[in-house]
Write a protein that binds this ligand. Structure first.
Ligand SMILES: NC(=O)c1ccc[n+]([C@@H]2O[C@H](COP(=O)([O-])OP(=O)(O)OC[C@H]3O[C@@H](n4cnc5c(N)ncnc54)[C@H](OP(=O)(O)O)[C@@H]3O)[C@@H](O)[C@H]2O)c1
Length: 264
C-alpha cells in the first residue's frame, strides 16, 4: 500500500479521533481535522504540528450535509485524500430503567452516527473511484453486533454503519478504493467515561489508534479489538435470542441520555 499522506478525520477534537490525528501526525502528512469545538481542535492541531504534520482544522457539524459536502469536496480537489476516517459519534441510552429513549436525542444520535458518516464519505466516493485510489474507514462498535438493552439507538446506528461499510466494500474495492470497518470495544475516552458498567479489556485511546492505524495500513476489511470481547459478542448471537436477552439483563449498565438534540 502507498504511504498515506492526505488524511481526513471527523471527530478529531477528542478521544479516538484525536488519538488518530496524533498517531498519523508526521512530516509530509497533511491532516484535515473536523470537529465542533474550536478550542479542542486548536489543541490537537498544535500537538500534530509539533510532530511535523501539516494540519487544517474546520469547525463543522457532521450532521450538516451541505456544509460537509462543500468543505470536503473542495479540500479533496486541492489535496486529494488518501484516507478518510468517519469517526465522529455520540452515545445515548436508556437512563436507569427507562423504557424508551428520548425521541429527539435518538434523532440527534442517528443524524450524527449514521447520517454524519454518509455526509463524510459521500463527497469522496466518486472522486476516489475516479482516481482508482483511496481508503474509507468507518468506526463501528462491538455494540453494533447485537442489540443491547441499555442503548437501542446507539446499537442500531452502529449496526447500520457496519452494514453500510460492508455493502460499499464489494462495490468500491474493484475500483481501487479500500473500505475498512473498525469494530471497537471499550476505549477510554470522554464518551466512554460517561457510561457506568464493567468495561472488560478497556484500552487507551492511543492504543486504539495504533491498532486502527496498523490495520488500515494493511488494508484490512475489518479491524477488531479486543478480539475476546468480539468473539463473545459473536457467540451471543448464536444463543437463542431470549436466552441472550436474559443474560444481557443481568449486567448493571447505565448509558446516560445525550444532551444532543435535533430540535430543542
Ligand atoms: N470509546 C469507546 O469505548 C468506543 C467504542 C466503540 C466505538 N466508539 C466510537 O468511536 C467514535 C469516537 O468516539 P470517542 O469514544 O472517541 O468519543 P469522544 O471522545 O466523545 O469523541 C467524539 C468526537 O466526535 C465529535 N462529534 C460528535 N458529534 C459531532 C458532530 N455533530 N459534528 C462533528 N463532530 C462531532 C466530537 O467533537 P466535538 O465535541 O468537537 O463536536 C469528538 O471529537 C464514535 O463513533 C464512537 O461511537 C467508541
Amino acid at each position: 500500500m502507498p504511504e498515506q499522506r492526505s488524511i481526513l478525520i471527523t471527530g478529531a477534537s477528542s478521544g479516538i479521533g484525536r488519538a488518530l490525528a496524533l498517531a498519523y501526525a508526521a512530516p509530509r502528512t497533511e491532516l484535515a481535522l473536523i470537529g465542533r469545538s474550536a478550542e479542542r481542535l486548536r489543541d490537537v492541531a498544535a500537538a500534530a504540528k509539533a510532530r511535523g504534520a501539516g494540519v487544517v482544522t474546520v469547525q463543522l457539524d457532521v450532521r450538516d450535509r451541505d456544509a460537509m459536502h462543500a468543505w470536503i469536496a473542495a479540500r479533496d480537489a486541492a489535496r486529494p485524500f488518501d484516507l478518510a476516517i468517519a469517526n465522529a459519534g455520540i452515545s445515548t441510552g436508556l437512563a436507569g430503567k427507562g423504557l424508551c429513549e428520548e425521541p429527539e436525542a435518538v434523532r440527534a444520535l442517528l443524524a450524527t452516527n449514521l447520517l454524519g458518516v454518509l455526509n463524510t464519505v459521500e463527497p469522496l466516493i466518486g472522486a476516489m473511484c475516479a482516481r482508482g485510489h483511496g481508503q474509507l474507514a468507518f468506526i463501528g462498535s462491538i455494540a453494533g453486533l447485537r442489540g443491547l438493552p441499555y442503548s437501542p439507538a446507539y446499537c442500531a446506528s452502529k449496526a447500520a454503519v457496519h452494514a453500510y461499510a460492508e455493502s460499499l466494500r464489494g462495490r468500491l474495492e474493484e475500483r481501487g478504493v479500500l473500505v475498512s470497518l473498525v469494530i471497537a470495544g471499550f476505549v477510554k475516552t470522554p464518551l466512554n467515561e460517561k457510561i457506568s458498567a464493567a468495561k472488560p479489556f478497556e484500552i487507551s485511546d492511543a492504543r486504539a489508534a495504533d491498532i486502527i492505524k496498523s490495520g488500515l495500513a494493511r488494508g484490512k476489511a475489518t479491524i477488531v479489538f479486543p478480539r475476546r470481547l468480539y468473539l463473545a459478542a459473536r457467540l451471543a448471537r448464536l444463543l437463542p435470542p431470549r436466552l441472550a436477552d436474559r443474560l444481557l439483563a443481568q449486567f448493571d449498565v447505565n448509558v446516560p441520555e445525550t444532551d444532543e438534540r435535533l430540535r430543542s
